[in-house]
Design a protein around this ligand. Sequence first.
Ligand SMILES: [Zn+2]
Length: 70
Amino acid sequence: MSIDELQEEVDKLLEEMDELQEVCDTLPQCNEDDGCATCETNKKIEELEQKIEELENKVEALLGEEEDDE
Ligand SMILES: [Zn+2]
């Protein structure tokens, strides 16, 4: 996968995360103390966060490789 493709994927996941966060904000459960700790939406957000982190690490690794070529 190229850097551009990876960055596109990160953007897509960030958008998805934003949408989930909005959903989370409207859930009655999430207005309670620690309600988000057990909500399904928050779990999905955390999964997305992890994926984004992995992709960003890949982008950084690829960027590092490019620098080595110079
Ligand atoms: Zn929540």
